[in-house]
Design a protein around this ligand. Structure first.
Ligand code: T1G
Length: 667
């Protein structure tokens, strides 16, 4: 299939690239561009070359699928150099998302014209890469060192207006970008090649300061420092030397583990919503949502829909709780405005879509009703029993339960085919993960509706089977069991937290316990002191909320190791007669991660998780797993499943048959 078309129009050669869905720069496209530059140069009837793309976007980058294949000539730098050396001017007519190698092609032209909705960026860093075809060198020349550094290290695109202001494009085309590009070419027959433009020099300390200011965001990532080094070289070295350094740094990243992990996650994210069994299934229309419960989860859930322009009816059982919920929603959305995540108009529109009520009857016109009430089966089944009477026929009933049996809750509502689990992660308006729990009788169109809705509210959906803790919390329970088991044998909770945070998790298990509250599900009346958590709670140490849990907290809630907590742990171990020993960091990490991976294997064998990559997406988007290791299952695969099996056995575990099978498959 031809993927490009070359013709002469009004004395200008026009190359139209047509490689759906995103005009990725495949080998054929790279060759077509080189051929078009040569044809234009040799054709006396062509005064210039215009490059444009058919379909929804100009080139959106190199073809990611080629990265794990043997490299194919011509390489993208060869294309860039051919364009820069063109004896006749080249202009690109841009639209859609001009990203990565696509922007490099655009910058290698002498001029750039963009349609108003165009986005332009260098997202390679999100794939553990950096621009590999002169992107840092050309961008620094067009927009300056500081902006080039920020664009390449953040990977965030800018819009056409900002690009015009910054000097990245020459014309913002209000009409057809192709016509505007032809006009530009007719008026600029002696434009200077981008690589011959001077770079406005800046104090190199600005580059280091940028990396320092973003150290938390770039933590653990190899690409941002490499990008900074290439951009620094643009200032210090002749173009070809700096370009060669950029290419060498790119190739090293591309061959490295971090890019493999991030490319895995790029594909994993796109795979979570692709269920073959839903091909051709039409989602139900969702124009109005009901949320029951105006607590932390209910308000966070409601905000997602309000900001997506979907009206919400929020129901609580008393005025005080309802008022608190409405106030929380308003305050949170205002906070979004303050942090520029939302603009004022959008915030006002979102607020106007909220209806608050104490009456279930207010839910009778909702297309979807989400229960976000107290996490006990009694409360949830009582609510679903009422919903069965109130909800209109065809309304979807969803529970936000974190652990409980969705089928039992569905049975209470009497409409199991219309019932599904929608497990949001706290804070529900921030965390990307939405576990969609398929009940035994959940209808296919209900599942399709949940998947479509997830995308509409900006969530990453992962479909889970109905079993205790679904995917994420079931694996989290294993990690907590292992962590709390180790501290009874002499490991320090503070060392355990540091080991896991050093691996890249945002917070260790004991910091998390204190944050969530050690007294979840605990009561003084029934406490028996049979666990360390119970003994901490009996001592009034409920976690951060009491300024004491596993850690002590100062007035600014900064944690510090607690001798009191250590004594409680030691006395527990003495009472239980548990032998004490030292734990090294490697053993701690292995005991935290590999049993989780084995539980992930069990989820796969039970069909609760559909794929290992789904499990990775749950941990990336629900728990902050360090992206540069690709998720728990990818990390285990990269380590070698056989090695994981061996380490589990050496630590006294019996790995599951499924994990052994994964090791055998991996060979
Ligand atoms: N290569 C190959 N396939 C790609 C692709 C790419 N660059 N980008 C997207 N696809 C596929 C994607 O897998 C999906 O396939 C389909 O297109 C629709 O994607 C040398 C080294 C462009 C904003 O990082 O950000 O250039 O599942 O569902 O929501 O210096 O895709 O249908 O089979 O995401 O409309 C840099 C990555 C590469 C851009 C469109 N470029 N892509 O979003 O559709 S590295 C990127 C995106 C590079 C150079 C460096 C988005 C999009 P399928 P989609 P979308």
């Amino acid at each position: 299939m031809t993927c490009s078309h070359y013709s002469i129009e009004d004395g200008i050669a026009v190359l139209t690239i047509d490689n759906p869905p995103v005009n990725a720069l495949s080998q054929a496209i790279r060759q077509a561009i080189i051929d078009a530059v040569a044809s234009t140069a040799a054709d006396p009837k062509a005064s210039a070359l215009l490059i444009t793309c058919a379909g929804k976007t100009f080139c959106a980058g190199a073809d990611i699928r080629e990265f794990d294949q043997p490299p194919l000539e011509p390489h993208l730098p060869d294309v860039i150099e051919a364009m820069l050396a063109s004896p006749k001017p080249v202009c690109c007519a841009l639209h859609g998302t001009v990203l990565g190698g696509g922007l490099e092609i655009a910058m290698a032209a002498h001029g750039r014209v963009a349609a108003p909705e165009t986005k332009l960026g260098l997202p390679e860093v999100k794939l553990g890469l950096m621009p590999g075809a002169r992107g840092t060198q050309l961008l620094a020349r067009l927009v300056g060192v500081e902006k080039a550094l920020a664009m390449a290290c953040s990977g965030d695109p800018i819009d056409a207006t900002e690009a015009l202001t910054a000097g990245l494009i020459d014309i913002l085309a209000t009409g057809d970008p192709i016509d505007a590009a032809k006009d530009w070419l007719n008026q600029n027959d002696a434009a200077r090649p981008t690589n011959e433009r001077p770079i406005p020099l800046i104090d190199p300390a600005v580059i280091d300061a940028y990396l320092t200011a973003n150290a938390r965001k770039f933590r653990g990532l190899d690409a941002p420092p490499a990008i900074a080094r290439a951009i620094r070289a643009a200032m210090d070295l002749p173009y070809q030397e700096a370009a060669a350094l950029e290419r060498a740094l790119f190739l090293k990243l591309r061959a490295g583990p971090q890019s493999r992990a991030l490319r895995h996650l790029f594909q994993a994210e796109r795979a979570t919503a692709k269920l073959p069994e839903l091909e051709g299934v039409t989602p139900r229309p969702i124009d109005r949502v009901g949320v029951i419960g105006a607590g932390t989860m209910g308000t966070g859930i409601a905000i997602n829909f309000l900001l997506a322009g979907i009206p919400v009816t929020l129901v609580e059982q008393n005025e005080a709780a309802l008022g608190r919920g409405v106030a929380t929603i308003g305050k949170t959305i205002d906070g979004n405005v303050a942090s520029a995540r939302t603009n004022r108009d959008a915030a006002d529109q979102a607020g106007a879509l909220l209806t608050a009520s104490l009456d279930y009857a207010a839910l009778s016109d909702a297309d979807l009703i989400i229960e976000a009430a107290f996490e006990t089966m009694d409360v949830k089944t009582a609510i679903f029993t009422r919903l069965g009477d109130v909800a209109r026929p065809g309304a979807i009933l969803a529970t936000n339960t974190s652990y409980l049996d969705v089928d039992a809750i569905a049975a209470a509502g009497g409409r199991p085919a219309d019932t599904v689990g929608l497990h949001f992660f706290s804070p529900a308006n921030i965390m990307k993960l939405l576990e969609i729990v398929r009940g035994a009788e959940t209808a296919s169109d209900v599942l399709a509706t949940a998947l479509a809705l997830a995308k509409r509210i900006g969530k990453v959906p992962v479909v889970a089977g109905n079993a205790y803790g679904f995917i994420g919390n079931r694996m989290l329970a294993v990690r907590r069991r292992e962590a709390e088991g180790m501290i009874t044998q002499g490991a320090s909770p503070y060392v355990i937290d540091r080991v896991l945070e050093g691996f890249g998790m945002p917070m260790g298990p004991f910091r998390i316990g204190d944050l969530a509250g050690l007294d979840l599900g605990w009561s003084a009346e029934t406490s028996t002191g049979s666990t360390i958590r119970e003994r901490l709670c009996e001592a009034g140490r409920h976690g951060q909320k009491t300024n004491a849990g596993f850690y002590d907290y100062d007035e600014r809630r900064r944690p510090s190791p607690s001798p009191v907590a250590e004594d409680i742990i030691a006395s527990f171990a003495r009472d239980k007669g548990i032998a004490q020993r030292a734990f090294g960091a490697d053993e701690i990490l292995a005991r935290l991660l590999w049993p989780m991976v084995d539980e992930g294997a069990a989820l796969l064998s039970e069909g609760i998780a559909r794929s290992a990559s789904d499990i990775d997406m749950v941990w990336l988007t629900g728990y902050g797993w360090p992206s540069w290791t690709g998720g728990p299952m990818f990390h285990a695969a990269e380590t070698g499943y056989a090695k994981v099996v061996g380490e589990l056995e050496a630590l006294g575990y019996e790995p599951s048959a499924k994990l052994r099978a994964l090791a055998a498959e991996q060979g």
